[in-house]
Design a protein around this ligand. Sequence first.
Ligand code: NAD
Length: 419
Amino acid sequence: MTRRHQQTMSPFEGVNYMFDQAADRLGLDGGMRHLLKMPYRELQVEVPIYRDDGSLEVFQGYRVQHDAARGPYKGGIRYHHEVNLDEVRALASLMTWKTALVDVPFGGAKGGVACDARSLSAAELERLTRRFTQRIWLILGPNRDIPAPDLNTNSQVMAWMMDEYGKRYGHTPSIVTGKPIELGGSRCREAATGEGVSITAQDAMRAIGLAEDRARVAIQGFGNVGSFAAQFLHDAGCRVVAVSDVHGAVHDPDGLDVPALREQGSGHMPLAGRSAATGRAISNAELLELDCEVLIPAAVGHVIHAGNAARIRARLVVEAANSPVVPAVDPILEENGVVIVPDILANAGGVTVSYFEWVQNLQQFPWDEDHIHKELHARMNAACEQVREVASREKVSARLAAYMIAVDAVSRARTLRGI
Ligand code: NAD
């Protein structure tokens, strides 16, 4: 595959670029390779709703179930104008590898509705969610497929999904995760992805001999994942020197007051309007190239590419977003000594606590915060250790090691179950 082709890969081709390398190393044969690569089922549905002005509008919705050899399909639902089948396939496949890597008993799925979520009123959002749930409920179930929030969906959307599913199948909290706590959601779920990013970043820092108090951290995206990662790393003694939102970034070499920045963020106020956003205003592109030790892209995919990879100065890139580094540029970063903590490891904290939520729902027994933190740390640290061990034994990157562990686990499960 040429470097030019690697740069123009679709999201699903991008995930499979790594899958194929792992499959080659594991010696997977053609049949098993095809079975594990392609999704089990792809459902595309029309989602009609009446808008508030009485007009009828029809949206396209998707649910892709990639693999369930290790447990029920699991993955988020996103509402975004760029949602399309290829992207949903890619994200479903990533979920299969992520759940296998952190050893939670789920497979991989993803869903979405192509819409401009911000243009919908709360009532329209509710109608859209209930209609979409009706259109896909045949393939959902607590032992079949369990959705969760993703871009532009939240605990309220999960509450509507649970309620709508319950009208057909009876009260079933375990049908979705990321619910409000009042409806059976788990404590610590909201912070879990950011906490997992912080756990994996600190593990990688230990591995390269970088003490927290010497680590300057730059974070692109100060939403759910980025702001919680910033808080956990700040609490651990790191200096968070830059953060950004979609409008731009702020850079303060002396360190930002992360708790104050988060406190002033209610209502999604732009960073620029917060008095705690000290230092200099810079662009999102400049943030990525800052002189710092730890760079955390926590916003959108493909932000580190052939055009800027050679200028990344961080020692560690911790992939909080899905696919923030295009596959073709891994070697450029590696040649420059940059260590990457891959997305399927770095942002797996969310699905791990989703698993805890599902367990609590099935057992009808809520866990306390200490128990959740302890279990999350144990699972994330075990996955980090395994990735480092395989990377060193096989002399491969952390990303390839992570895929090798995941693909191996899924192929073993599939072989044991039979087809
Ligand atoms: P969010 O919507 O809460 O926050 C996103 C942040 O990124 C916001 O600050 C937004 O202003 C900023 N942003 C948006 N577009 C941008 C752009 N083009 N350039 C720079 N900044 C931009 O989303 P989130 O839940 O924090 O998710 C962030 C990323 O992490 C996404 O890629 C998501 O798929 C991934 N992820 C999230 C979770 C989770 O549990 N929330 C789990 C795994 C992966």
